[in-house]
Design a binder for this molecule. Structure first.
Ligand SMILES: Cc1cc2nc3c(=O)[nH]c(=O)nc-3n(C[C@H](O)[C@H](O)[C@H](O)COP(=O)(O)O)c2cc1C
Length: 389
């Protein structure tokens, strides 16, 4: 069995700041709404996604509270929830994480988000320069991990102090929920090597992803550790390649050049994230050159910060591209698409059969011994399928 035979662990995304059908436009927008998030989570739970990423930031609903709410209305879905060191103490985050793992019966995954915008972080009371944020995060997780794994921590660091800290109620998962992390700077890669279970990258080209994986692997090996790898990508999957490219064009059809310029200016002036700079460098704000590698489309990054690329194509095409990433060592995909409810269905119905992901439950029988034909029955009874002439 080759390493690409094992199905990918496939997560979806909760758009906790709002959703829509056209990037950079107010047409067909869906505002942040807990009922809508529940629909996406329940669909993901039934369709075969193993979990959902809930982002964090000043524009998003608070991730732990949203995850607790969604855990109550789902059965098996896991929640990849961000910890941003410095927004609360390690002891408080340990209690949040442990309680969420307990109330969800072991469905918490942790995502370390150190933050890539000095101005946004300043709003949270965090004033550390880029590399020092990782030194701070390192101390933060020494305390957090000690608490969540042993129930106790005593620490006197440069940034963090915790005296006789205790956690009485442990998480369900032992020794603790898995830790995911994304960050592309040298400081981020050094930080990840000693701590994280799964390193995440935004959807760069296979060459760039391969190079990053080698660097992270080497840094972890130097500390006697192994890390696994995930990729964060949007998906535009349709029955044919042409239809998928039409859908990609439609997604940015109401996006003006002024809106692109304003977003790019925002990334330049408000972000010091190396990962964000690498996303921008794929297109440099130029909407004419968006297929940056076969079927890898950078159109979303014209206006959206963070994950800015999508795999575009038929199920067979996209599956082939995913196998290329798998061959590099990727075992996890965190996916999304606009709008997130409909696209959760599209990706599951079209792509999952191609990549070996099956429904997590046995569907009820639709008719005795016959194949179900949609639209071929009604109250007068089922009819048999005939091939279209
Ligand atoms: C998969 C993934 C998810 C991320 N989620 C968030 C998020 O929810 N909020 C946020 O502010 N940053 C998020 N980030 C950004 C990084 O956590 C990091 O703060 C930033 O890019 C700075 O990293 P760098 O300069 O080391 O690349 C995410 C990154 C990745 C790869």
């Amino acid at each position: 069995m080759t390493k690409t035979d094992k199905p990918l662990d496939f997560l979806w995304f909760i758009p906790s700041s709002g959703d829509g059908s056209y990037l950079g436009s107010d047409a067909l927008n869906r505002p942040a709404d807990p009922g809508y998030f529940r629909e996406i989570a329940q669909a993901s739970d039934r369709l075969g996604y193993s979990g959902v990423l809930i982002p964090t930031g000043a524009a998003c609903e608070e991730a732990f509270i949203l995850a607790a709410n969604l855990a109550a209305s789902t059965e098996r879905l896991k929640f990849l929830v961000a910890i941003r060191p410095g927004t609360a103490s390690p002891a408080y985050y340990a209690r949040l994480a442990s309680t969420l793992d307990r109330v969800s019966n072991g469905r918490l995954l942790l995502n370390i988000v150190v933050g890539g915008s000095a101005s946004e972080l300043a709003g949270d009371g965090i004033f550390l320069p880029h590399d020092e944020r990782y030194a701070h995060a390192d101390e933060f997780f020494q305390v957090f991990n000690s608490l969540i794994e042993t129930g106790h921590a005593d620490f006197d660091g440069q940034y963090i102090k915790a005296h006789n800290a205790t956690l009485t109620l442990p998480p369900v998962q032992e020794p603790r929920p898995p830790i995911y992390f994304g960050g592309s700077s040298d400081a981020a890669i050094d930080f990840s090597a000693g701590l994280v279970d799964k390193y995440l990258t935004w959807g760069e080209t296979p060459e760039q992803v391969g190079e990053k994986i080698s660097r992270v692997r080497a840094a972890a090996a130097a500390q006697g550790r192994e890390v696994t790898f995930g990729i964060r990508l949007h998906f535009i999957v349709r029955e044919t390649d042409d239809e998928a490219w039409e859908a990609a064009d439609r997604l940015i059809s109401r996006l003006s050049d002024d809106t692109i310029a304003a977003a790019q200016e925002n990334f330049r002036t408000r972000s010091d994230s190396v990962g964000q700079a690498r996303m921008v460098a794929l297109h440099n704000g130029d909407r004419r050159k968006l297929e940056v590698s076969p079927n890898l489309w950078a159109g979303i990054g014209l206006v959206r910060s963070g994950a800015g690329t999508a795999l575009v194509g038929s199920p067979q095409t996209v599956a082939a591209r995913l196998r290329e990433y798998q061959a590099l060592g990727i075992d996890t995909v965190i996916a999304s698409g606009y709008p997130h409810l409909e696209e959760a269905y599209r990706v599951a119905e079209l792509l999952f059969p191609e990549i070996g992901i099956t429904l997590p439950y046995k569907p009820l029988r639709s008719a005795f011994g016959e194949k179900h034909v949609f639209g071929g029955g009604g109250h007068l009874g089922n009819i048999k399928a005939k091939s279209a002439s």
